[in-house]
Design a protein around this ligand. Structure first.
Ligand SMILES: Nc1ncnc2c1ncn2[C@@H]1O[C@H](COP(=O)(O)OP(=O)(O)OP(=O)(O)O)[C@@H](O)[C@H]1O
Ligand SMILES: [Mg+2]
Length: 476
């Protein structure tokens, strides 16, 4: 139902004059009005399209108001029904309310009172609609249990994923190693209509080219030396389910051509066989490569790229969403406390500073490993910097603080001043980002600059790595 459009109201009354009067009064409020002169007509109108509110006369010939009310409640329980009763029949009105009517007014009615009752019903209806929408969002969020992220970048990913789970579109997930591509692929399968059929995964990079084809298509007994018995391929195993083609960018051009044929014809033939087998599968692909570049360089077929790139999902690298780091740390500490029977309750301030400053080339997987190691090593209930690997501790920025001495006289006074100013600016931005948990909006506010200018300065100071951010990752 369009919440922005003018509310539409159905008036149900057997008296023509009454319908006319009510229509006049309510149309003035900007509502869109429909009328019905009996219960049956009202029911068929409501079945045809939703109304935001129904005004229902209780005393009508044939199907009376109460029977109509019950029917309306059954068809659209969310539509408030206001009943109209003759003066002095309060008891009937109460009875109707106990049967689910929203409110009532008595006839002859006071126009202002009637308008207020209708307005209130519409407000309630709108509020409930919003609650229903929110509840829907929460259910979708519940589907992402175990995928941590509150950054704008991750919320955008969750929104996109929740749009594609319910239908069967081909999805390709781009992201650096360890960003959670497989985790997202799992959610898409598990929340989608094919969840009761298998999800078959194949890592195109890990299987030698000569074997990839037989893995995918299977083979018939005797089709080549060593084919001692028939083997069913992944396509067949995945029938009615999902085939996850991981590291698709590493597939050879020969296999790409064969995959394209399957995607076009939705049929396969086992190697050495001539029976054509129908396959009904959903494809989810993943890669840490820039496929459009691979197409440009002719190492990936353009036609296959278009077949796969129906809904691309870009997973941002961890360094582009550092605000998620503290959440992920908590999550991994909890997980490892259970796994390793420890009771670690957090990380020290200094350790957090180092963890936030680090670049995370291995993304979430690397963070997961670092935290697991730290939980294991820590002799206290707080993880200190001594439990972090040197890769993390040694990479902390060594820039001089504001007011610190210049490290070398290696230029003119102006150049030295500019260098110090640049270092100081970088450090101030890092401090502000850390203070705000890497929220760009809050950092820009804190530093009293606009977001665009913060973005440019972060770029200038290498505070997020744009080169490694594939196209479409909006790191800001
Ligand atoms: N947002 C997240 N919340 C919680 N755990 C995550 C998240 N993202 C990734 N992980 C964890 O990090 C590890 C790596 O994730 P995953 O295997 O899905 O990454 P990937 O992108 O497929 O990596 P690769 O390209 O190396 O195969 C997994 O253990 C996964 O559970
Ligand atoms: Mg993976």
């Amino acid at each position: 139902m369009e919440t922005q459009a003018a509310p539409n109201i159905l008036i149900v009354d057997d008296e023509k004059n009454m319908r006319f009067l009510l229509r006049e009064a309510l149309a003035k409020e900007g509502y869109v009005i429909d009328t019905a002169e009996n219960g049956e007509d009202a029911v068929s109108l409501v079945k045809a399209r939703p109304f935001d509110c129904v005004l229902l006369d209780l005393r009508m010939p044939r199907m009376d108001g109460i029977a109509t009310l019950e029917e309306l409640n059954r068809i659209t329980p969310e539509t408030p029904v206001i009943i109209m009763t003759a003066f002095g029949s309060k008891e009937t009105a109460m009875n109707a309310i106990s049967l689910g009517a929203y409110d009532y007014f008595t006839k002859p009615f006071d126009i202002d009172e009637m308008r207020i009752v209708v307005k209130r019903a519409l407000e309630k209806q709108k509020l409930e609609e919003e609650i229903r929408k929110l509840r829907g969002c929460l259910e979708i969020r519940g589907a992402f249990k175990g995928i941590i992220g509150q950054s704008r970048e991750m919320v955008e990913v969750f929104d996109l994923v929740s749009k594609v789970v319910k239908n069967d579109v081909t999805v390709i997930i781009y992201g650096e190693s360890g960003t959670g591509k497989e985790l997202i692929a799992n959610v898409i399968h598990e929340q989608g209509p094919r969840r009761d059929s298998p999800m078959v995964k194949i890592n195109c990079a890990a299987i030698p080219e000569t074997l990839l084809e037989s893995e995918l298509f299977g083979f018939e007994k005797g089709s080549f030396t060593g084919a001692l018995q028939r083997k069913i391929g992944k396509f067949e195993y995945a029938n009615h389910g999902t085939l996850f083609l991981d590291e698709i960018g590493d597939m050879s051009l020969v296999t790409q051509a064969k995959l394209l044929r399957v995607l076009e014809e939705r049929k396969i033939e086992r190697i050495g066989g001539n029976e054509s087998i129908d396959v009904d599968i959903r494809i989810i692909a993943a890669t840490n490569q820039d496929l459009s570049k691979a197409v440009h360089e002719k190492s990936f077929r353009e036609d296959l790229y278009f077949r796969l790139n129906v809904v691309p999902i870009f997973l941002p690298p961890l360094r582009a969403r550092k605000g998620d780091i503290p959440l992920l740390i908590d999550y991994f500490i909890d997980e490892n406390n259970t796994k390793l029977s420890r009771e670690i309750c957090g990380v020290s301030r200094n350790a957090m500073r180092l963890l936030l400053a680090y670049d995370w080339p291995g993304n979430v997987r690397e963070l997961e490993n670092v935290i697991q190691r730290a939980v294991l090593l820590s002799s206290q209930d707080i993880i200190g910097e001594d439990c972090l690997p040197t890769s993390v501790t040694d990479s902390a920025p060594q820039t001089p603080r504001v007011g610190g001495p210049p490290t070398a006289f290696d230029g003119s006074l102006q150049e030295i001043v500019e260098n110090i100013a640049a270092s100081a600016e970088r450090q101030i931005i890092i401090d502000a980002l850390e203070r705000t948990n890497w929220s760009r909006t809050k950092t820009a506010e804190l530093l009293k600059i606009c977001r665009k200018s913060l973005h440019n300065k972060m770029k200038k100071h290498g505070l997020f790595d744009e080169q490694k951010t594939p196209d479409g990752f909006d790191a800001d």
